[in-house]
Design a protein around this ligand. Structure first.
Ligand code: SF4
Length: 340
């Protein structure tokens, strides 16, 4: 029976919009709006959506890099349930070792004035409780594990390629032996061939260090091979959540269908029929009425403009926020490929 590692309930992150000298609140940007989901131990949950859909804010709010407005975040570590939202600053610092983040841009996330050794050693020095011998041994072990050479430990980040820098970022994230890692667009800034190497590395490290990942990306094709389940977000809300294969072959939300149609097919004789969504992602400060996807949805009906959607289970473990989830026949990745 899989154990739940993380349980998020009704999580919200709203930013007030202030105007005038008196800074009167005139509105709210709903970056994350009422997200409820759980992640099992050793699971990889992919979180996808276009820029501005709230996926990065979700990851940062879960780690309390950004404070949530409302909702609860509970972790289960070693059969201890920790209410992460109620921890004070000191307790939070103590918990940081269990939860880490791999950042999006390997060119800006590493301090250019520090050697690789110091970059990877820094979390252990800040956490305290490690001797310099222990730190040295662990840094060397991690650098070797992420596929870099120990003899380069005294070099600075500029001497490394994008893929190598991301490996350094991964080694740093693992320095304190975390149990949960949020990888925020961890491969987006890299070439496709390097992306595959980093994804394989993350997969190997997951097995070796017994990790659980939240893997954030704007592209479904990137999450396909690494994720056990995929959560599709739109305007701060969960649009669809299902096991990866189920979501790719039997999507039930029109937004997921559109994202799937954008996945390139590695066969020049196949013409991909891409669904072009009209307009941009809506404005989180002024959400559309009813279903927030309705201005861009080709299946929208009159009721979609008035009635809000909520996430409902339409099949085992398959959750969808669409009034017509059971009625629409949408194209999964299989149909999109066969059709041509
Ligand atoms: Fe489209 Fe209506 Fe479903 Fe929203 S509720 S996704 S507008 S069909």
């Amino acid at each position: 029976m899989p154990k739940t590692l993380l349980e998020i309930t009704g999580l919200k992150k709203y930013y007030p919009i202030e105007a005038g000298i008196a800074k009167k609140q005139v509105g709210l940007v709903k970056a994350v709006d009422d997200v409820t989901l759980s992640i099992q131990k050793n699971e990889v949950l992919g979180v996808v959506g276009e820029s501005g859909c709230g996926k990065t804010t979700l990851g940062r709010t879960i780690l309390r890099i950004i404070e949530p407005t409302e909702g609860s975040i509970k972790f289960n570590f070693d059969d201890r349930e920790i209410d992460f939202t109620s921890l004070d600053k000191k307790e939070l610092r103590g918990m940081r070792r269990y939860i880490q983040m791999i950042f999006q841009n390997p060119y800006t996330s590493l301090n250019p004035r520090m050697t690789i050794f110091d970059i990877v050693a820094e979390p252990m020095r800040l956490a305290g409780g490690y001797s310099e011998e222990e730190i040295s041994e662990r840094v060397r072990g991690l650098i070797d594990k992420v596929g870099l050479e120990v003899k380069h430990l005294n070099r600075y980040p500029h001497a490394f390629s994008g893929g190598q820098r991301q490996r350094i970022g991964i080694a740093r994230a693992l320095a304190l032996g975390p149990k949960f890692v949020v990888a925020d667009e961890a491969v987006s800034a890299l070439d496709v061939s390097i992306q595959a190497q980093i994804l394989n590395l993350l997969q190997e490290l997951k097995e070796e260090y017994d990790l659980t990942y939240m893997f954030i990306a704007h592209n479904l094709s990137v999450v396909e091979h690494i994720s056990d389940r995929v959560c599709v977000m739109y305007l701060g809300r969960v649009a669809e959540l299902a096991e990866t294969e189920e979501l790719f072959y039997h999507p039930r939300h029109p937004y997921t269908e559109a994202l799937l149609s954008a996945i390139p097919v590695a066969d020049p004789t196949i013409k991909n029929e891409r669904i072009m969504l009209p307009g941009e992602v809506g404005n989180a400060a002024n959400l559309p009425s009813g279903c927030c996807f309705h201005p861009r949805c080709k299946y929208a009906q009159e009721c979609c403009k008035k009635e809000c959607t909520s996430l409902k289970e339409t099949g085992p473990g398959h959750f969808v926020a669409c009034h017509f989830a059971d009625k629409l026949t949408l194209n999964g990745i299989g149909e999109l490929k066969r059709k041509n």
